[in-house]
Design a protein around this ligand. Sequence first.
Ligand code: DAS
Length: 358
Amino acid sequence: MFLKIVRTWFALCLMTLLAASAQAQTAARLPNVVILATGGTIAGTGATSTTTVGYTAAKVGVDDLIKAVPELKQVANVTGEQVFQIASENMSNEHWLTLAKRVNTLLAKPDVDGIVITHGTDTIEETAYFLDLVVKSRKPVVVVGAMRPSTAISADGPINLYNAVLTAGSPDAVGKGVLVVLNDQINAARDVSKTNTTTTDTFKATELGLLGYVVGNKAHFYRASTRKHTVDTEFDVSNLSALPQVDIAYTYANVGPTAVNALVAAGAKGLIHAGVGDGSLPNKVRPALSAAREKGVIIVRASRVGQGIVARNGEANDDQLDFVVADTLNPQKARILLMLALTKTNSTKEIQRMFYTY
Ligand code: DAS
């Protein structure tokens, strides 16, 4: 009996020691972060060190991006893959599907702790939001870009990449959804937009606000998004080879129905009306939108304004028109949510629920 007690006690001690050692090893182990490179200014080169416009985007490969920041090795075990090499104004639905599938495959691996995607700044907010809706992991995914090419004086790419990798390896970034990290700031994919054509502080969530900062080699979070994302969404692109055609019709004084009619004729399954003000419908455009709805096209009232809620039954009788409102999503992000919604349903009631959920 005594021997049995000693053996049990010894086994318990051994298990405790092994658990403590494993924990210590995990804590000591640097996070494994994969960098997926897609191009953009962060990989751009200019003719001189003062060329900050008129440079060529998407020239530097992922291995050279990593080599240019040896400090990455201090914060993560980094590997790189060159998924595309494009200026992001050329990003397409097909690129997004390829990227999302690669991200989900990598994040399913137990030895991958986080992912960084280097990307052009022109459509970074769109790619980030698309991934926010289709990545099926709580592990951090951080999208990063730069406003100055790698050859420029005070290029912002290296520090942005360092901060992005550091954030992707941070336990505090787990479960926060897809993040956009530039200029020492951490923003949520859903709310961030490019707000200036050339300056390094361009990415802002002007009214809804950033989530945190990267300061002193640490990601500091102060907020989290209240909208569902990643593992909590109903969207799954794993078996999709294409996305439904959804376009945006921009509104301005004196606008007519030409763009709406042309987009519908070209096969749009959904149309984002980038209205003036609170998504107002000009009299010359309303009949074209109603006709499109009668043909089965889903119409979403958004606003070109950029901030604020487009309220249902405000500037138009959405119940009567059977339209959807974009809530606070800008037109380019409303397009992304509508594309994914149309992979699930054509019910405007269901689609409106999605715009109030994501
Ligand atoms: N053309 C821009 C793009 O690739 C360059 C950049 O800002 O990244 O998005």
